[in-house]
Unconditional design. Structure first.
Length: 214
């Protein structure tokens, strides 16, 4: 940000957001509500857990509900909310929400148990993971949903996804192309994000927007 009247903005050189808003979404660590996302573990502690996790911390956010951490590991990020509700030296407690995602919640807590024991945490449960192809499809679907929301024509949205050369195709050529088939498949499912689809992804109920998890 630039100085105003010779005085630096309060956030010059910094960011008031937990995550830099200029960072691409696919690189930004995200904080999720543990009530919604089974991936997020909840720990009650008053001991040294913050020191033990410090080498892995990628980003931290102190919120009214606790200390949110995103941790790095070879198997991918881990997310936890730490509620300081214990006396120093008292053992920590994992809080588990007993809902339809109990199996995934326990598996994610087990990842932290392995990390704290000095072991590799292992990957997320398969229903909470997306393949690289599924991740790319999410990007396309989000671009389509946002383009439609802002009034961009479908052909221009497609050109943004597949290249400007698609704008040069005659209507007949466009309709016969593989780009057209791929685009309209993603267009059909782009409404997924307008109907709470991101929650289904976080909960492992759907993968890639259109595949029901087992």
């Amino acid at each position: 940000m630039t100085p105003r009247h010779g005085v630096l903005s309060p956030v010059a050189g910094g960011c008031v957001f937990p995550v830099d808003p200029d960072l691409p979404a696919w690189l930004a660590p995200a904080f999720w509500d543990p009530d919604i996302a089974p991936e997020v573990a909840v720990r009650g502690d008053g001991g040294d857990i913050l020191l033990r996790l410090a080498p892995y911390v990628r980003v931290r956010h102190d919120g009214p509900d606790g200390i949110h951490l995103v941790l790095d590991s070879a198997a991918g990020p881990l997310r936890v909310v730490i509620v300081v509700d214990r006396q120093p030296g008292a053992p920590g407690t994992w809080f588990v929400i007993d809902d339809g995602h109990l199996g995934n919640r326990l598996a994610c807590i087990a990842r932290f148990g392995r990390l704290l024991a000095g072991q590799a945490p292992g990957p997320l449960p398969s229903t909470l993971r997306l393949s690289p192809q599924q991740k790319l499809r999410q990007v396309r679907m989000l671009c389509i949903a946002e383009g439609r929301r802002t009034g961009v024509t479908l052909r221009r949205i497609a050109a943004g996804l597949y290249g400007a050369h698609t704008m040069q195709l005659a209507n007949r050529e466009w309709r016969a192309s593989s780009w057209h088939r791929a685009f309209y498949r993603d267009l059909k499912d782009a409404a997924f994000y307008q109907n709470g689809g991101h929650i289904a992804l976080l909960q492992g109920l759907k993968q890639g927007g259109d595949i029901l998890a087992a």
